[in-house]
Design a protein around this ligand. Structure first.
Ligand SMILES: *[C@@H]1O[C@H](CO)[C@@H](O)[C@H](O)[C@H]1NC(C)=O
Ligand SMILES: *[C@@H]1O[C@H](CO)[C@@H](O)[C@H](O)[C@H]1NC(C)=O
Ligand SMILES: *[C@@H]1O[C@H](CO)[C@@H](O)[C@H](O)[C@H]1NC(C)=O
Length: 167
């Protein structure tokens, strides 16, 4: 290897190993909590891990892949965000906080409480970080009911419950 090549190699290594500059940013994107307050460790995984009379199962306290999220999983996820990067520039919260349950199981108030509790949690774990919420198709009540001319009040109410803890 001649001197020129060695110099070039050292230059390449330097460029590749250089640290990020002050212009580098960091943000979290968190999505699809699908918090299910009715998750049970004894519930049937083929029926959303909800308690029923059909026998007893043994799901993890942190959830089951077939089911939506217990609160404990959401606490664990937000604690991990805090541990891995406690001071992001901002957080994008891209929605779907409500469980995959029939509309008849929920109502507008329960929907808003579900989202509101996650909103309060994110705010308490990251009190000084700007959080930008985006609504998912499950955050509306009834689910997937987006058109504002048809459901204007419900859209407003859900937005309010996401934003109230963020202000
Ligand atoms: C939990 O289950 C009960 C009984 O089906 C239902 O009334 C309630 O709305 C459910 N709550 C949530 C948050 O899904
Ligand atoms: C939300 O939090 C309130 C107050 O802690 C609690 O009473 C309620 O059960 C929670 N709702 C859900 C869906 O977990
Ligand atoms: C948030 O900001 C306040 C006021 O500047 C400060 O006292 C507090 O320690 C900060 N909290 C966190 C978790 O950074």
């Amino acid at each position: 290897m001649n001197t020129q090549r060695v110099f070039f190699l050292v230059w390449i290594i330097n460029v590749c190993s250089s640290q990020p500059t002050g212009n580098t940013g960091f943000f979290w994107q968190v999505t699809d909590f699908h918090y299910d307050a009715n998750y049970s460790t004894k519930g049937n995984p083929w029926k959303m891990c909800h308690d029923s009379s059909e026998g007893s199962y043994s799901n993890s306290i942190y959830g089951n892949y077939q089911c939506d999220s217990p609160w404990r999983l959401i606490l664990s996820a937000t604690a991990a965000m805090k541990r891995l990067h406690p001071d992001p520039d901002f957080i994008l919260w891209t929605g779907d906080s409500v469980p995959h349950v029939p509309d008849s199981t929920l109502d507008l108030q329960k929907n808003a409480q579900n989202i509101g509790n996650i909103s309060l949690l994110l705010r308490s774990v990251f009190p000084n970080t700007s959080i930008y919420p985006v609504l998912g198709n499950h955050d509306e009540y009834p689910a997937d009911a987006y058109p504002p001319p048809i459901f204007p009040r419900s859209v407003q109410s859900v937005l309010h419950s996401m934003v109230n803890a963020g202000s």
